[in-house]
Design a protein around this ligand. Structure first.
Ligand code: ADP
Length: 438
């Protein structure tokens, strides 16, 4: 401020000196206009600067304006610094805002922000999908005018947001379930959180089905067992009839044992860590074990061929691989009528480098509509046939599980009336050249 006044005084002083020199040196006719010019110079200078200032303000580029000298320099310098700081602050706020928006957009859950009148202020793209909203179109629209499902309107009318609301069949696909809840915040505003719970709902339904199935499977042999026990207890039966009943009781007990064993196998598969990729499974040893087991199970009723055509061993868990292979072979034995033929083969496909274990039988075969469901727990094509042969309905579910733990594929080909082939294809990463001569 002081320097500006000093400059102003200097300017006036210079003007007076100039007027004096002019009066003295030049003729009086030039002195007046020159004096006027000198006196009016500062306001003209100010006016020019004001005009420039206006131009730069209007084009929002004040910081580009070159600094004039004198008093204007300080004013403008401060103004430019103020604007630069404000712009910097605005930029920081904008960046933070964008980061929040990006974070909310990245959320797997839908988010809708409502103002105090339940009008949509903002929503992310997941919420757009769930509710069929279009943000640009629906912004500042009341949410209950846009989502017309009765349960949603009721939820919003009651305004009891303590509990979430489950809505079925939303959006373009008719089979999704969403869970939503409104959370109050700020001044009577609400944030709606929407979550896709389709998979959770499915898992829950599967768990309920599984418990119901297990209970049903267990109840049947227990009921039969109790019936026999009551009969043996209450009636004075001859020895041979008693023995017959005990045999039947034993069969039911074995059935329960198999069921419990299969359930435990599944539980272990689900809880154990993945089998190591470094442990070799010697296929020829495994085939020899398998051969002994199946011959005992078949009791000479079928003909078998066992071939290990590949010079490759497997990397994985020996117990799991044996369990998968023997489930497939025991199915072939159980479903193939007497005198049927069963081929068990381990081969290598040089083209894709995959190893394949296959079991082919001449049994009843399976109709195409059942094939995709065979690996579901307790799914059977013929319930009574499965039970008669001691099936638990869990064998192929176990095989499928073991296959996926070894990155293998279970492939089923079958022709009703002619037989079936069950194949397990292992990727080349799971194979190593034979290390152990069997
Ligand atoms: P189960 O204990 O009932 O055999 P699985 O899970 O092993 O249960 O098999 C599921 C169903 O697939 C069986 O109930 C049966 O209907 C059918 N199945 C499995 N293997 C064969 C086969 N080799 N031939 C014909 N049907 C089969």
């Amino acid at each position: 401020m002081v320097s500006a006044l000093t400059r102003f005084a200097l300017l006036i002083g210079l003007a007076l000196i100039a007027a004096f020199i002019t009066l003295e040196v030049w003729s009086a006719q030039w002195a007046i206009p020159l004096g006027i010019f000198i006196i009016s110079a500062p306001p003209i200078y100010s006016y020019i600067n004001l005009a420039r200032l206006k131009k730069y303000i209007l084009s929002d580029s004040l910081e580009k304006m070159s600094l004039p000298s004198g008093y204007w320099e300080e004013v403008l310098f401060r103004l430019q610094r103020l604007i630069k700081n404000q712009k910097q602050k605005l930029l920081t706020i904008e960046r933070q805002h964008n980061t929040f928006i990006e974070a909310f957009q990245a959320s797997p859950n839908g988010l809708v922000m409502l103002d105090e009148n339940d009008q949509i202020e903002w929503c992310n793209s997941i919420a757009e999908q769930f509710f069929g909203l279009i943000y640009k179109r629906d912004v500042m629209q009341r949410i209950n005018f846009l989502i017309r499902r009765p349960e949603f309107i009721q939820y919003f009318t009651k305004r009891n947001f303590e509990e979430p609301l489950l809505m079925e069949r939303m959006g373009p696909s008719s089979s999704i379930s969403v869970m939503l809840q409104a959370f109050p915040f700020g001044q009577k505003r609400h944030l709606i959180l929407v979550q896709n719970v389709t998979d959770l709902q499915k898992a829950d339904a599967m768990r309920r089905d599984f418990v119901a199935n297990v209970s049903h499977e267990m109840r049947t042999p227990i009921t039969v067992l109790m019936g026999f026990l009551e009969t043996v207890q209450s009636l004075d039966l001859p020895k041979d009839q008693q023995d017959q009943y005990f045999e039947m009781m034993m069969a039911q007990a074995i059935r329960m044992k198999s069921l419990v064993e299969d359930l435990l196998t599944l539980a272990n598969l689900e809880s154990n860590s993945l089998p190591a990729i470094t442990k070799p499974v010697h296929i020829k040893t495994l085939m020899a074990l398998l051969k002994n087991d199946v011959e005992a199970l078949s009791m000479g009723r079928h003909s078998f061929t066992f071939e290990a055509l590949s010079q490759q061993d497997l990397l994985g868990d020996e117990r799991e691989v044996l369990s998968a292979f023997s489930n497939l072979v025991s199915n072939a034995i159980r479903y193939t009528p007497d005198a049927g033929l069963i081929d068990v083969k381990w081969s290598f496909n040089a083209e894709d480098g995959q190893g394949e274990f296959s079991v082919t039988d001449t049994g009843p075969g399976i109709a195409a509509e059942h094939l995709s469901r065979l690996t579901e727990r307790f799914y059977r094509v013929d319930r009574s046939r499965s039970r008669d042969t001691g099936g638990t309905g869990l064998g192929l579910a176990i095989v499928k599980h073991i296959a996926s733990r070894h990155q293998a594929q279970l492939i089923i080909e079958s022709t009703p009336g002619r037989g079936s082939t069950f194949m397990l294809r292992f990727p080349k990463e799971r194979l190593i050249p034979i290390t152990h001569p069997a």
